[in-house]
Design a protein around this ligand. Structure first.
Ligand SMILES: NC(=O)CC[C@H](N)C(=O)O
Length: 240
């Protein structure tokens, strides 16, 4: 029997919602794939010791400046960098988590937040505007193919970042893969929204992966839809 310990960084933001969906996803995998039984352990991560127990980690949405401030204060920022960039364990960031996992973020105040990094991209924070400009979009996520991508995924965008540039890296990392874009048409329907500098008008980049690191602009944890969690766990287990 395989065992997999998955942590959710629990310093601020939507960590308990992620844990709920991880529970649903783990249950789904165990009940549909009895042949390769996996023993899942799910835990909230606040300390270096808890992080060291994890095979994989989710960094939730919330407020990235707060998360990085608390992480620095509690001495877990460097261990997180090591987890993601040296040990290269699977790590997924949603919204604020995507910001923290990016190598660069704009719109940070002087002396602003410290990032964990790992994704060779620059994000544009609060791309769609303020909290009041939050929106939901029905999205097609091609990577959910075997789970029915056609059904559409409820994309919840709250002061969401987008990937505005894929940075040229001269290190040994694999290339950044663009997993999903939000059709420009949707943005253009929203008055006053500036287009990200994604070099074309096919839409804003809202999901990327580079090796062990996955980032999404939106919040699957604020839906009841566990398909991305299932997909991510299956990838880690090498079932996809
Ligand atoms: N919903 C979110 O996670 C918002 C992220 C927020 N704009 C930040 O900069 O951290």
């Amino acid at each position: 029997m395989m065992s997999l310990t998955v942590g959710v960084l629990a310093l601020q933001g939507g960590f308990s919602e992620h844990l709920d969906l991880l529970r649903t996803a783990a249950h789904h995998i165990s009940s549909t794939d009895a042949a390769s039984k996996t023993d899942f352990t799910l835990l909230e991560v606040r300390t270096e010791e808890q992080l060291a127990r994890c095979d994989a980690l989710i960094i939730p949405g919330g407020e990235s400046t707060t998360i990085s401030f608390v992480a620095a204060q509690s001495g877990i920022l460097e261990p997180l960098r090591d987890f993601v960039k040296v040990q290269k364990r699977p790590t997924w960031g949603t919204c604020a988590g995507l910001i923290l996992l990016s190598d660069e973020a704009n719109a940070t105040k002087k002396g602003g937040q410290e990032l964990i990094g790992g994704l060779g991209v620059r994000v544009h924070r609060n791309h769609f505007g303020r909290q009041i400009e939050s929106f939901e979009a029905n999205m097609t996520l091609p990577f959910l193919d075997d789970q029915g991508a056609q059904a559409g995924f409820p994309g919840v965008f709250i002061r969401a970042p987008v990937v505005e540039e894929i940075l040229a890296t001269n290190d040994s990392r694999p290339p950044v893969e663009v997993l999903a874009k939000l059709p420009g048409r949707l943005n253009k329907m929203k008055p006053g929204v500036s287009q990200a500098n994604t070099k074309d008008d096919s839409g804003d980049i809202i999901a990327v992966r580079q090796g062990n690191v996955l980032g999404t602009s939106f919040h699957p944890e604020l839906t009841k839809d566990a398909r991305i969690h299932v997909w991510w766990l299956k990838q880690i287990l090498g079932q996809q």
